[in-house]
Design a protein around this ligand. Structure first.
Ligand code: AMP
Ligand code: MN
Ligand code: MN
Length: 319
């Protein structure tokens, strides 16, 4: 970050009394971890902080200290608003009044639209949490154990346990720094990535029974009926997409998750050398080259046909 911008941001944050920290709907570990990492550190620096996630904290991250203080709505005064891990402002849900530009946008998505007054976007860094660990000392914020645990969780989840192609030696050095602040890496790893509920695995079963493969493209669907009959409480894919992308004979995996509001949540995962963020952007979504998503209005079958067609065209364009 250039020195002038850093000084400006440090001043703005330094002078603010009431700070809003917000991240995206369907929060993942990087959204929850980044909010808590920055939010708890700002609180420790004496700020009045509101941490907001429109969809609340998923059960799989409720073990993180401070997660119980994250609200679903903004209440009261805000001087400075900080949006974390969001490529566009729609991602935060109905949290800010329409047409307000937040103060700060800190992110790592290649598809980021630079929607804030100050935009710190680092597409080469594997998680927003890792961006924050580098940035916070420059803003005069120290990282205590509870914030470190949240940030390490964000790093673990966005790198799928330090195995995505975008990790580098600094990622591991940063993780080691957080361990030295008292984090129990195996505990946080198991909580975030390994342990899951009985219902989640049964829900996988429903999705796996729909698995289809065409050359090196693979897809599966999850319906509302699956969730209801199994009693799976989320409206996500329970990370089934990571199982699909573990199938060696494929280049791109897609999952379609039917939603209650007449839309379909689509997730793409791809091998190194592919860029599924382009396809997701074409449907109003976004993400990273190897992992992207979009929320598409329409019936499951129709969305599936359109998305598969766009993905086939993308694959064809590479030939
Ligand atoms: P997901 O498929 O939801 O696990 O998301 C994969 C990546 O794409 C993550 O980095 C998300 O932040 C991003 N992403 C998912 N859905 C959207 C969306 N509707 N708009 C923008 N980015 C998205
Ligand atoms: Mn995220
Ligand atoms: Mn992220």
């Amino acid at each position: 970050m250039d020195e002038q911008l850093k000084a400006q941001i440090r001043n703005i944050v330094g002078e603010a009394a009431h700070i809003l920290v917000v991240s995206h709907i369907r929060p993942d570990g990087d959204a929850v971890g980044s909010i808590l990492g920055l939010g708890l550190s700002l609180k420790a620096a004496g700020k009045d902080v509101q941490m907001v996630l429109a969809d609340g904290v998923p059960a799989s991250f409720k073990h993180l200290s401070g997660s119980e203080t994250i609200n679903k709505r903004v209440k009261g005064e805000v001087d400075v608003s900080i949006v974390l891990d969001c490529s566009d402002l729609q991602r935060i849900g109905d949290v800010l009044p329409k047409d307000t530009a937040p103060t700060l946008n800190i992110d790592h998505h290649i598809t980021n639209l630079n929607f804030a007054q100050f935009n710190l976007v680092y597409p080469q860094v594997p998680s927003t949490a890792e961006v924050l660990v580098g940035l916070m000392p420059q803003l005069g914020l120290s990282i205590e154990k509870e914030a470190a645990e949240a940030l390490l969780t964000g790093m673990i989840t966005d790198t799928l346990g330090f195995r995505t192609a975008n990790i580098h030696a600094d990622t591991l050095r940063t993780a080691a720094e957080l361990m030295e602040l008292g984090c129990d890496l195996p505990y946080l790893y198991n909580k975030a990535l390994h342990f899951r509920s009985f219902e989640a695995v049964r829900y996988w079963g429903a999705g796996l029974s729909t698995l289809e493969k065409e050359d090196r493209l693979l897809w599966a669907c999850l319906t509302q009926k699956d969730r209801q009959s199994i009693g799976y409480p989320g409206r996500d894919d329970a990370d089934l997409i990571n199982i699909l992308s573990s199938i060696e004979e494929i280049d791109i995996a897609i999952i379609f998750v039917e939603q209650a509001n007449g839309s379909v949540k689509v997730s793409w995962r791809a091998r190194k050398g592919f860029d599924v963020s382009q396809i997701a952007s074409g449907f109003g979504g976004g993400g990273h080259k190897p992992a992207a998503g979009a929320e598409i209005d329409g019936d499951l079958e129709l969305v599936k046909i359109e998305v598969l067609e766009a993905t086939r065209s993308y694959l064809k364009s590479l030939q």
